[in-house]
Design a binder for this molecule. Structure first.
Ligand code: FAD
Ligand code: PYC
Length: 416
């Protein structure tokens, strides 16, 4: 055991014995559940929903340290697409897009899924080659993706500047017509309502402080700021803070956490018909149904848990947006915020069992997990219920960091 983790064990022991109110001190359970999900974002709430709906678990709790949907689920730019390079990624993201297509009906809740097309721009020869490779790989996997010339890009997105005189001229783009956007917080609320109706308890303002094991080493319960909960199955779905939560079970994760920012403009009449992304200039833009331009920036270069991000990152993104869409130069920005994303070395997620029986983890979605919400929740619930990773989830297990069988999706991620 390193000094660092010894310190943490000592710190947890201290908080268990001294700093909490007397009535919460140690394992006199306030409740007992068949399964507990840590994290009330879209992935966690969706997991609880599918556990109850498709796997017949009746006593499930979602424990959320803040309010549901207050993490990255409510902070992202809502881009949905499945145009990734590798077969494993096509498997999970396409599974998700298919669920998005019917999610409002499934939940009887309007998640405002709008498949208006995602256009990913190419600005140099490398971009063109990489985009073409994605187009061909996607088609082999049954995922729609097509190459557009600069003129075809302009026809699809009229505000786009395709002049040759800009710093990064548009050399074409890969278009996934089934890609689009949805309303982020509606996804959390829709899954929450669906789960609640199936009897799931959603416990907000409740932070998980420790994950306990019994003498056999199996998960036995969690200590929270609102008391002790007994359970033999825990799913950690705490994007951005996964390392912190897993450390409370004594496990280290191959993750780093970074701020990622977004901005919205003042609302204007409908002007922007699709989603445009540029990895090279680090800018992403769409228009919400309220009329705001929704703009995504890049990640900070340094790890941090600050939900802000460097101003220079946002400034760089706005420069790029103004160059690609000069008519937006005079727009005013209304709000700017950040979220914390946790990222793996191969830029692919982790859906996995762990070395602790009964403990499962779903994380590492980095800048791109909103689109994965239904698919990830669906296969993670099956994996937890059967204690065996669902075939779509299996390639994303933790053991890939030992075997070296990485899924290197860097080019499909954002601003790495
Ligand atoms: P979250 O919604 O963050 O939920 C995790 C929850 O865990 C949080 O509510 C948190 O409070 C809770 N938690 C943490 N620690 C504890 C604890 N100890 N006890 C109890 N609860 C705890 N993805 C896309 O696909 N498309 C995009 O366009 C896109 N844009 C993005 C733009 C920004 C600015 C950001 C920040 C992210 C973006 N993403 C995007 C990524 C996407 O938002 C995330 O991958 C996804 O929302 C993760 O969902 P989640 O449910 O796993 O996490
Ligand atoms: O994964 O498509 C994406 C994305 C866009 C902006 C942030 N993430």
């Amino acid at each position: 055991m390193t000094k660092f983790s010894a310190f943490n064990v000592a710190r947890n022991a201290f908080s268990a014995s001294k700093s909490w109110p007397k009535q919460w001190r140690n394992p006199e359970p306030r409740a007992s559940y068949d399964a507990v999900i840590i994290g009330g974002g879209g992935h966690g709430l969706g997991t609880a929903y599918y556990l109850a709906k498709e796997h017949g678990l009746t006593k499930i709790a979602v424990v959320e340290k803040g309010w549901i949907g207050g993490g990255n689920t409510g902070r992202n730019t809502t881009i949905i697409r499945s145009n990734y390079l590798y077969d494993e990624s096509a498997g999970i993201y396409e599974h998700s897009v298919k669920l998005w297509e019917k999610l409002s009906q499934e939940l009887n809740y309007n998640v405002m899924y709008s498949p208006r097309g995602v256009l990913m721009l190419a600005h140099n020869v490398h971009d063109v080659q990489s985009s073409m490779r994605h187009v061909y790989a996607d088609r082999l996997n049954g995922v729609d993706n097509e190459w557009l010339s600069p003129e075809e890009c302009k026809a699809f997105c009229p505000p786009l500047n395709i002049s040759n005189n800009i710093r990064y001229p548009v050399m074409g783009g890969a278009l996934q017509r089934r890609g689009g956007v949805a309303r982020h917080d509606a996804v959390a609320w829709g899954y929450a309502r669906g789960a609640d109706r199936l009897g799931v308890d959603i416990i907000q303002n409740c932070e998980v402080l420790r994950i306990d094991r019994d003498a056999a080493g199996t998960v036995s319960g969690i200590e929270t700021t609102r008391g002790y909960i007994k359970t033999a199955k825990v799913g950690v779905v705490a994007a951005g803070h996964t390392s912190v939560v897993m450390e409370r079970a004594g496990l280290r994760m191959p993750l780093e956490s970074f701020p990622l920012q977004a901005l919205v403009s003042e609302p204007i009449k409908p002007i922007f018909p699709c989603v445009v992304m540029s990895n090279t200039v680090h800018a992403y833009i769409s228009q919400s149904d309220k009329g705001e331009l929704v703009i995504g920036a890049g990640t900070d270069q340094y790890i941090s848990y600050s939900q802000q991000g460097g101003l220079h990152i946002a400034a760089h993104t706005l420069e790029a947006i103004c160059e690609l869409f000069p008519q937006f130069r005079r727009m005013r920005m209304l709000r700017n915020w950040g979220g914390i994303v946790d990222t793996t070395y191969d830029r692919s997620p982790i859906l996995s069992k762990t070395s602790i029986p009964g403990l499962y983890v779903n994380c590492g979605w980095g800048t791109g997990g909103f689109k994965a919400t239904p698919g990830s929740a669906h296969v993670f619930a099956a994996s937890m219920a059967n204690d065996e990773m669902h075939p779509i989830a299996a390639p994303f297990s933790l053991n890939r960091f030992q075997s070296g069988r990485l899924i290197d999706e860097a080019a499909a991620a954002v601003a790495h």
